[in-house]
Design a protein around this ligand. Structure first.
Ligand SMILES: C[S@@+](CC[C@H](N)C(=O)[O-])C[C@H]1O[C@@H](n2cnc3c(N)ncnc32)[C@H](O)[C@@H]1O
Length: 303
């Protein structure tokens, strides 16, 4: 989901770039702290889905190419409020278009930019602070150097939530090095076409580690059928974004519900099928509209 247009290398301060897994983890924590501080300094709102949505949009629109990354960073830093809002809306529309199967889960992150036609200027000021803090703390550099090694959203969700609320939810995510060890010692390596199920997935740290173990063993995580479940909708929304960051492939089912109840899987399959069907109809309608416009132009060209 990279941005396109002619890149121009941006001048500006060098941003941190990790060189070791420990450095990458430390940088993910620094980004989380920087975002938390930017958000809470500029806004009294407890709508933490907003900073999560901003970081998620920046992450999925991080280009592979260094010149393009520099160009995107400059554009985002220089744009006005309308430009920022346009970037966020376009990003979530693109997400819905490319991965309608995951959209039921990320809808929580997309909604803030569509429910209100003209969001509050104070809110957009806080959003700008989050964008600047995220880029300054080196999100682009971290993703370029270590996208498969870190879970951006585990630390971010933890820090954005109050300590008390986090403890009440039992949300202390497994550190990546421990998750990596578990993935390597926990039974046999999943093979192409097999199902990997994480019943208390959170932001997906154990899935990330499993995908890395599969890659290290010469396999391809995109061939696995990933199934994840959790009670926490916001964690699941970021897991759906992590699916893109970690390149887990097209066979992903993310359910919201209680592992002790038995209806979550049917519900998740139904939601996914409905969203994919709606996306298909929207795409058909868009194509039909484009055709009509072309015909209309051709008609008006006739003598
Ligand atoms: C300690 S976190 C661990 C997340 C992830 N597995 C990891 O290792 O990083 C536990 C997660 O389990 C989820 N959880 C707790 N009880 C659950 C239940 N009955 N059904 C589904 N998820 C549950 C919580 O919402 C939380 O996200």
């Amino acid at each position: 989901m990279g941005a396109s247009s002619r890149p121009v290398r941006a001048a500006g301060p060098a941003r941190p770039r990790p060189t070791t897994p420990a450095g990458a983890l430390a940088q993910a924590h620094r980004i989380a702290e920087a975002v938390d501080q930017a958000w809470h300094t500029a806004s009294a709102s407890d709508r933490i889905e907003i900073p999560l949505s901003v970081v998620a949009a920046l992450a999925v629109r991080t280009p592979d190419n260094a010149d393009e990354r520099a160009w995107v960073a400059t554009q985002l830093t220089d744009t006005d409020d309308d430009g920022l809002l346009g970037f966020l809306r376009a990003t979530w529309q693109l997400f819905a278009h490319v991965r309608p199967d995951l959209f039921p889960r990320v809808a929580l992150l997309a909604a803030p930019w569509f429910t209100d036609p003209a969001p509050d200027r104070d809110l957009l000021r806080a959003v700008r602070r989050v964008v600047d803090a995220t880029l300054r703390a080196g999100l682009h550099e971290l993703l370029d150097a270590a996208r498969y090694d870190i879970d951006l959203f585990g630390p971010l969700l933890s820090v954005l939530r109050t300590r008390g609320a986090r403890a009440a939810r039992g949300q202390y995510y497994t550190p990546p090095d421990v998750a990596d060890l578990l993935a390597r010692f926990d039974g046999g390596m999943p093979q192409a076409g097999e199902r990997v199920f994480e019943p208390t997935a959170g932001t997906g740290g154990l899935l990330r580690a499993a995908a890395q173990a599969i890659r290290d063993a010469g396999g391809d995580p995109r061939t696995i059928r990933w199934v994840a479940l959790d009670l926490d909708e916001l964690a699941l929304a970021t897991l759906a974004v992590n699916v893109i960051i970690w390149d887990l492939g097209p066979q992903v089912l993310i359910g919201h519900g209680d592992v002790l109840a038995d209806d979550w899987q049917d519900r998740a399959l139904r939601e996914r099928a409905e969203t994919v069907a709606v996306a298909g109809r929207v795409q058909q309608a868009t194509r039909a509209l484009a055709l009509l416009r072309r015909l209309d132009r051709t008609d008006s060209d006739l003598p």
